[in-house]
Design a protein around this ligand. Structure first.
Ligand code: PLP
Length: 414
């Protein structure tokens, strides 16, 4: 049983016993900074700067166009995709690194809707990440075939699955609440209703073991720059289940998705398999950085990552109760089977409180309307970081330092 009241020494003991502790050396983090925002932008992998420099100076600078072949650039969407497939438990050959999450959603959603003609509904979660909603709404308008986006509360999704639903589009872990969906059960229920499923793994890839193939998921998309630590605006990924790969047409048909891109034919002929979901020339420098993040994640046991993440989130909730009693509401489920890898607290002054925390180099973020969000990233966070962050938060609340004028000004990116 955990102590009813934690001490810093308890947490230091957890750090000493932590089998993942050495992974912190795989990242470059400023000393004294407590980074609780790796669910938004992961830190710099220790190898990434040298690797990017090598790709820029040697492969680009010296090799020039030859590097598409000699350095294998042309295959990186596939080879990095294969690494992601291992991280998300997807079938071999089903996953590609390409474009952004938003663009990948557009491509796959268009393809999935065409596989379910006559069904008008794109069913999603109310409160899903806005880009997912906007892409679905925009695609429905563009297609002009009567599709509509229906948003259901998380516990109403099952009830809303009927034969009008073409696609169930869900983010595995909600970005605001941190609530985790049951991928296996929902995929099964969607299939029973005759619908296809697209999983957005933005907040779960790299954060926990996933079994896309075992769940029989149809399609998935996800982010390279959150728990995969691929760098700002890193290329994203997409997964097309092998059973759909040769029958679906992505919403964007570019030359990299052609069966023979370098035949320069005048008519589009789709490539075999998931390659047809590629569009244009990949961003090589971004992929070089992403690969460093993927290699760190692949070296870790994601079951251990998940166990440490749950331990950390429950300890952080305990510490907020213990050190800041009565100050915050809790949005993240206490039930571990419903919890992703973050803790979300609520407070009417969320924004200035977070600014005050950031001024003390404890970095999280805020989400509308009143949410303080703390990402738990077991590869580089220490249990004592949670203690130190909670002590600073308590100090800010007890002394009301968040009320200072300098913490009230809103920046462009929050
Ligand atoms: C972060 C996030 C995205 C980001 O999409 P981009 O195209 O990379 O901006 C998409 N979906 C979800 C659920 C996210 O959390």
């Amino acid at each position: 049983m955990p102590p009813t009241s934690w001490t810093r020494a308890d947490l230091a003991a957890l750090d000493t016993a932590d089998e993942l502790a050495s992974f912190r050396n795989e990242f470059r983090l400023p000393a004294d900074l407590i980074y609780l925002d790796g669910n938004s932008l992961g830190p710099l992998p220790a190898q990434a700067a040298a690797r990017v420099a090598q790709v820029v100076e040697q492969q680009w600078g010296e090799g020039l166009i030859r590097s598409w072949n000699t350095a294998g650039w042309i295959d990186w969407p596939v080879t990095l995709g294969a690494k992601i497939a291992r991280l998300i438990g997807a079938a071999p050959g089903s996953t590609r690194v390409a474009d952004s999450t938003s663009v990948n959603l557009f491509k796959l959603l268009a393809g999935a809707l065409a596989l379910r003609p006559g069904r008008p509904v794109i069913l999603t979660e109310a409160g899903n990440f806005p880009t997912d909603l906007y892409i679905a709404q925009g695609l429905a308008a563009l297609l002009d075939r009567g599709h509509r986006v229906v948003q259901a509360a998380p516990d109403q999704i099952t009830a809303r699955l009927d034969n009008s639903v073409a696609v169930l589009l869900l983010t595995h872990v909600n970005y605001r609440t941190g609530r985790l969906h049951d991928m296996q059960a929902l995929t099964q229920q969607a299939h029973a209703a005759g619908a296809l499923v697209i999983w957005d793994l933005a907040h779960s890839a790299g954060a926990m073991p996933l079994d896309l193939a075992g769940c029989d998921a149809d399609f998935a998309i996800g982010c390279g720059y959150k728990f995969l630590n691929g760098g700002p605006g890193a290329p994203a990924f997409l997964m097309v289940a092998p059973r759909h790969a040769d029958s679906f047409t992505p919403g964007l048909t570019g030359w990299f998705g052609h069966a023979a891109p370098f035949a320069f034919e005048a008519e589009f002929r789709p490539a075999k398999g998931a390659d047809r979901a590629l569009v244009g020339t990949p961003g090589i420098i971004g992929m070089a950085a992403l690969e460093c993040g993927l290699d760190v994640a692949l070296a870790a046991d994601l079951h251990e990552v998940r166990a440490k993440s749950l331990r950390m989130s429950s300890i952080l909730m305990d510490l907020v109760d213990q050190l800041c009693p009565g100050h915050f509401g809790l949005l993240t489920p206490k039930d571990e089977t419903l919890r992703g890898s973050q803790v979300s607290l609520t407070h009417d002054a969320a924004y200035p409180i977070m600014q005050a925390l950031i001024a003390r180099v404890v970095i999280g973020d805020v989400r509308q309307p009143n949410i303080l969000r703390f990402g738990l990233t077991p590869l580089y966070l220490r249990f004592t970081d949670l203690w130190d962050a909670a002590v600073i938060l308590a100090d800010i609340m007890h002394n009301a330092t968040w009320q200072r004028p300098e913490f009230q000004t809103r920046q462009k990116v929050i």
